[in-house]
Ligand binder design. Sequence first.
Ligand SMILES: [Zn+2]
Length: 174
Amino acid sequence: MQCPICGSSKVRKMDEVYHYAECGLDYVYLKGIPHLYCQKCEDEVVEIPREDELLAKLGEFLVTHPVRLGPQEIRYLRKLVGWSQEELGRKLDIGRVTINRWENEAQAGPGIPADILIRIVWTNECIRQSCSPELRVQLNGLLEKLDQVTSLIKQHIRRVTYDAESGEFQLEAA
Ligand SMILES: [Zn+2]
């Protein structure tokens, strides 16, 4: 067993859940993906199989669940489709300054109409870039029951755990 970063064999296998903070969302945990502790790197190291797919799936998970899009989520979704703050602003017909505020001030997030609009323009872009064809169906499912879920959109995400065995995300809202 070797460290995939530095090649050292002074590694210890960790099998607990891995805190996947480098994805850009501070509440995402991975279960069932082997990771190591390297004594030389003095850090946990992990090799995530098909990481791009996982990140795309995480984006789809966010837009199809009725929890609030806050600073982290907006930045995550925007970067995932490769938009600048200016480009996202253009799609929503608002200025870059507002996007910047949404991404940096938890209290200044979008209201529910803008939250929903972000989901729609993002889904369109994702389909245009040919990510997931089922995504629009899933988003429509969310929007159809909007009268029931609007109150949930006010909730924040406490934790998301990805289980590599089932390939599913699990959500805990606060
Ligand atoms: Zn190492």
